[in-house]
Structure formats: structure tokens, C-alpha cells
Design a protein. Sequence first.
Length: 219
Amino acid sequence: MFNSKKSKLIALIVLVISIGLTPCYEAKAIIASTLKLSKQDLKDLLILEKYLNGLRTMEARFLQMSSDGSYSEGVIYISRPGRMRIEYDPPNPILVIADGSSLIYVDKEMNQATAVFLRLTPADFILRRQLSFSSDDILITGFHRSPGIIRLSLVKADNPLDGKITLIFSDTPLELRKWTVNDAQGIKTTVSLLGPRFAVNLDRSLFNYEMPNPVNESE
């Protein structure tokens, strides 16, 4: 059930949220994309950008399903910028913490932890202080509207083969509801939020973790 744990770490992440409000760019802002975006698309993207940057804290139950057949549930906490905690329900022993600079992957059963720099992970899209779709390190690969639903797909511009994140929003009201991650190993993971609560008070200690033994961080 817990095979490919590290490859799923990307998917855990993705709640997308930044402290502070981004300046209100005009629709003519340059947005890097593999798509041909209309003026209406650009306006809608700026609305999504403002929404995501306005999200400060969040707490939610989640369901996670992967194309390898695995299924998990748990709780996710986000405090932007830079902090996130993902707790899986037993018997899954995994805990994921972003402490502001690192993303830490903990196996409580083995008492082992691995850390990578947060800026190197897709979680950076969500947890950076300001998310801007006109940033030169973000590439939009998909944008689709259907009744009640908006889908937005993003990759790192300098390494698009590392994985793709698709954020899925309800449009009335505008709210992040789920995301999918297609990772470099070809595994597709979907995380659905259940009863998310925004602008909640979260104890800062949720995002602290003391490594059990020395760990080298990836550059």
C-alpha cells in the first residue's frame, strides 16, 4: 500500500497558497504558457492568482488516490508562506512537513526522515510568498473551464518533465477543491479536500520537526 512513497510526496503538496495579496496586474500581463490564451483566459488566471495569494491558512481532511492503486486519508494544514503539515491516518506511517525552507518526509515507523529544499519541489508553487503566473519559472500547460469547474495545470519552466500539477477549483464560490499530480515516474495522484476551513488559527509548532538523525539536503 505504501510503495512509491517518495514519488507521492509531490502530490501531497499541493495546496496552493501565498501570504499577502499580489498586485492586480492587467490582463495583458505576460504569462508563460504552451497554450494560446484568450483575453478572457488571462483575466480568469489573474483572478485565480489573486485568490491563491489571498489564502493564508487552511485546514482540511483529504482523500488521496493514486494510479498505482494506493489510497490514503488524513489531515493537511497550510500556513503561508512556506509552511505545511500533512498527517496520514493509520496505518500509513508517513508525515510530511514544510518548515519554511525544507520539505521533510518522515517515516514514523522506521524513525527516518529525508529533507529536500522546498524551492526544488512543486510545493513551492503553493507555499511561496507570492504566486505569479507571469513568473519566468512557471509554465501553464493547461487551462480549462467547464460548468462549475476550473482546471489549471502548471509545471516548472526549467524542468517540465519533473511533474505536472493540475489545480481544480469550484467557480461558485471560487474555492480550491482538489489537485492531481503526474510525477516523473508516470504515477497520477489525486488529492481531494473535504470540508476545508480557511483563515484558521494554527499553532506554529505544527510545522516544526527535529530530525532524528543527520540528513543531507538535496541541492
